[in-house]
Write a protein that binds this ligand. Structure first.
Ligand SMILES: Cc1ncc(COP(=O)(O)O)c(C=O)c1O
Length: 385
């Protein structure tokens, strides 16, 4: 990869992937890898999905990209389909290409016409690649949420209650990542999130659900925010909505659109028919195969299998089809990650964690195969710990 600038911050592990199918990737030597990261949460209906590929081929033969002043009913129909599953009826959508773009446009929209806007996020929330989303020196307030045993769905602990008093009154938008926790699969308690949302809203701020990772079935519901019984004003979708094709969607509720008459935002690939057609088909497939219910069902089985690995120095957490294993030691996690790759299993490694987010289409047999390999690696590596 001499011609590629390596700037992702992640080491390349497999250099020549030539083919894929369902949960599998195949390298130039024909070695098979089970992709339990869904290509960074993206291919949630599996690689080389026939229905998605057919829609892309059909769309290529008609219209792929049009431009700002021209459109296609495919785009409006896809928006209708997305609005019907988000619960933001009579809202509006903007199709873009990446999750970062979806979050960016929503943040800009929320603070449209506000003189000194302020964004509230839970401490290390992942929002996207842009400086505007990562450089949080001015106009940001990070709520120091910590995983806390005392907080429940209905009780807020003393520490968090005190922290709530410090939330500034002039927050224009609370961008909430409902469960991904910067990729580490953490679940802020329901009562706390409901309280933050109601504080922000009572001061006139907007609630943006950042569903780039947690949306489209990942958590066993259509959207992660549905675990919190809150109603967002805007929703950012990305990754899984394109099953690997670069499309994202910014979804606006009816109330917010009525305040956006003078709001301007334009990018070359805004509302492209191709991306919209793919997003529409992703939703159709999920509905036709009842994949949300299936993700919730499999999620319960998979977490109980993972929990069989739990011990004093291995902690497991998960919701739907996203799981994190904390080995409480970076070296151990890295070693197990490398051994998994060697054995043909791709997961994600961040510090002491391994993250697993398989496609919603993974079968119980495929997952069972992974658990068997993982257990034997863990037993071997952690025999003396
Ligand atoms: C929660 C969350 N939001 C937004 C983004 C940005 O999405 P993208 O990489 O498609 O721009 C990411 C990327 O990993 C993410 O995890």
């Amino acid at each position: 990869m001499k011609n590629i600038l390596d700037c992702t911050g992640h080491k390349l592990k497999i250099l020549n992937i030539l083919d894929s199918n369902g949960v599998y990737l195949f390298d130039a030597q024909g070695k098979r890898y089970m992709d339990l990261e869904s290509g960074i949460w993206c291919t949630s209906l599996g690689h080389k999905n026939v229905r998605i590929n057919n829609v892309i081929k059909k769309q290529l033969d008609s219209i792929m990209h049009a431009g700002f002043c021209y459109s296609s009913e495919i785009v409006d129909n896809a928006a209708k389909s997305i609005l019907s599953v988000t619960g933001l009826k009579n809202g509006r959508c903007v199709f873009l290409s990446s999750g970062s773009e979806a979050v960016e446009i929503l943040r800009q929209a929320a603070r449209h016409s506000v003189k000194t806007p302020k964004t509230l996020v839970l401490h290390n929330a992942e929002l996207g690649a842009y400086d505007s989303l990562t450089d949080r020196k001015h106009g940001w307030y990070g709520f120091e949420w910590k995983n806390c045993e005392e907080c429940t769905d209905s009780i807020i602990c003393d520490l968090h209650s005190e922290a709530l008093n410090n939330i500034p009154e002039d927050v224009t938008e609370f961008i909430f990542e409902p469960g991904s926790d910067a990729g580490l699969v953490g679940f802020p308690p329901k009562a706390l999130i409901q309280k933050i949302a109601s504080l922000v809203r009572s001061n006139g701020g907007k609630i943006i659900a950042n569903e780039v990772t947690t949306g489209i079935g990942r958590t066993g519901k259509w959207f992660g925010y549905q675990h919190y019984d809150i109603k967002p004003d805007m929703i950012a979708l990305g990754k899984g909505i394109g099953n690997g094709y670069p499309v994202s969607v910014a979804v606006f509720s009816e109330n917010t659109t009525s305040e956006l008459d003078t709001f301007k935002y334009s990018q070359s690939h805004q509302n492209d028919p191709m991306g919209a057609a793919v997003a529409n088909e992703v939703i159709n497939i999920i509905k036709d195969r009842d994949l949300i219910k299936d993700a919730a069902r499999k999620g319960k089985i998979f977490i109980s299998q993972l929990k069989s690995l739990e011990r004093s120095n291995i902690k497991i957490r998960g919701r739907g089809l996203m799981f994190a294993i904390d080995f409480m030691n970076e070296k151990t996690a890295e070693k197990i990650y490398s051994e998994l790759i060697e054995s043909g299993y791709i997961v994600c490694n961040r510090g002491s964690f391994l993250r697993i987010d398989p496609p919603l289409t993974i079968t119980e047999d495929e997952y069972g195969e992974f658990i068997t390999t993982l257990s034997s690696i863990v037993d071997r590596e952690m025999i003396f710990t």
